[in-house]
Design a protein around this ligand. Structure first.
Ligand code: 2HA
Ligand code: ZN
Length: 271
């Protein structure tokens, strides 16, 4: 059996969390990632019959029974994943009952998965119904995106529209727009269900005055979505207090979306 610490999915998690930490998006224990793995790739590194512990999840994820995820640990710092993956990450399999996680590796100091597991697994279930290739759910606290939450109305259409105006490529990168939830108590099944509901429609969901969720078929894609929103939010925060002299017009956004052949939220434009 190969050494799990050399597995590409562990390497990718290390690189991604380190990157996000250095961008200032994931202070202290902020942020969490879950990444669905293929059974065959995990079997190269771990004995899938060797369950180290079982941990109740507190909600039903029967649709994901048998699925394996690498997940950041609760209370763990993105800052520390790179140097100590075995304490800060875990690999879990959702048991047949749908409400138990079987630990296959990691959380070595007795820890457990992120407190946001409901939002993650419920979002995986929701995304898989609209995009069977989805594998990653990523949550983060990007600075400018969060800042914008305090000075911009938290309305899906206007929030998306403002960000589309900030960078030419925004409408091409997230033509489906951004779902927005009001401030809600985090770590609960309720915010998980609300997030998953939005995920049927959006690949990006803002948690009002908390952070953002992004999804994708791999870590790069989820990261790239959040990165693009954060860049646009930065331009907004750098310019919102200054007189606006120029802007990308809605007709130009239509040109972009049509040229790049993306299906965009026409109802989020003012045509
Ligand atoms: O895991 O970001 O939302 C820490 C958080 C909670
Ligand atoms: Zn958070």
């Amino acid at each position: 059996m190969k050494n799990i610490l050399t597995a590409p999915f562990v390497e990718e998690m290390k690189k991604t969390t380190a990157n996000m930490y250095r961008l200032g998006w994931d202070e202290r224990n902020g942020g969490n990632i879950s990444y669905m793995l293929e059974e065959d790739e995990v079997a190269e590194y771990l004995d899938l019959n060797n369950v180290l512990r079982t941990i109740p999840t507190g909600f039903d994820a029967t649709a994901l029974s048998g699925k394996i995820f690498i997940v950041t640990g609760t209370g763990k710092y993105f800052k520390n994943v790179q140097d100590d993956p075995e304490n800060n990450l875990g690999i879990i399999r959702i048991a047949k009952d749908g409400t138990t996680a079987e630990l296959l590796w990691g959380y070595a100091d007795g820890g457990r998965f992120t407190s946001e597991l409901p939002a993650h697994l419920m979002s995986h279930m929701a995304r898989l119904t609209v995009d069977p290739s989805n594998r990653v759910v990523m949550h983060s606290h990007p600075t400018n995106t969060l800042a914008m939450n305090y000075v911009h109305e938290l309305d899906e259409k206007s929030f998306t529209h403002t960000l589309w105006e900030m960078c030419t490529e925004c409408i091409v990168v997230f033509p489906d727009g951004i779902g927005v939830l009001p401030w809600m108590l985090c770590g609960t099944n309720e915010i998980g269900m609300a997030t998953a509901e939005k995920m049927k429609e959006f690949r990006l969901v803002v948690w009002g005055m908390h952070g953002i969720y992004g999804v994708g078929k791999n870590l790069d894609e989820a990261f790239g979505l959040i990165e693009t929103v954060e860049k646009a939010a930065q331009i907004y925060m750098l310019t919102a207090h200054l007189p606006r002299v120029n802007t990308i017009k809605d007709s130009e956004m239509v040109e972009l979306a049509e040229f790049f052949g993306v299906k965009y939220r026409k109802d989020f434009l003012n045509l």
